[in-house]
Design a binder for this molecule. Sequence first.
Ligand code: F6R
Length: 252
Amino acid sequence: MKFNYQGIQIFVKDSYEAISEKSAQIVAAQIILKENSVLGLATGSTPIGMYERLVKMYEEGKIDFSEITCFNLDEYYKLKPENEQSYSYYMDKYLFSKVNILSENIYIPSGITDDIEGVCRKYDEEIVNHGNIDLQVLGIGNNGHIGFNEPDIRFEAGTHLVQLDEETIKANARFFDSIDLVPRQAISMGIRNIMHSKKILLLANGENKAKILEKMLFEDVTPNIPASILQLHNDVTIVIDELAAKYIKHRL
Ligand code: F6R
């Protein structure tokens, strides 16, 4: 089912597999139409199925990553790339080691640094030097975060060091052996980086995302619901399942 709500395209699918298929098709179309696309990528559990399908399309010769550049949204502070919970490790595992992307075209903010400000400014510069992101893939946190832009009193513009919310730490504890091992800080692209992307693709599945999706679309734009800023972007596609669409479907 497809809806258009205030210019935002919303696809409601009946399963996680169908979300993964649809989102992979959207990313593949971007890659086919512009071979040197700049992609903004997310980690977390939601896009794993999408990455699996993109790898399959690559193996079947349908898409080529040789001219693609990727910028990841975020990385845990002080987690080394070889740490299995790092987002570097995740991206390698699910996508980068399985397709023909060039290592020099992969950008992930480095959490291993004493010059956090320098790393952040350089990341912003690299994104701008690449002409900004063509297609930014996003998940959404239960608290409305996109990237690791947590609810706050203001929108953070560029790449920055974030203090993770208790809710985010709890939600992400499932990827670690214990909640104590979840890093308390991360480096994240800011809202300006995300909003300067030419297209946005946001994915969500499961009932635990239903309330926040309703808030993001129907409440006023506020830094307290970071994803609400997407109401002001002119090219947003949302791909969700029936469970996540529970509170919005009847309002579309
Ligand atoms: C991941 C990221 C986060 C996740 C969000 C949802 O790079 O920036 O915003 O997209 O926390 O995570 P999942 O998909 O695990 O529910």
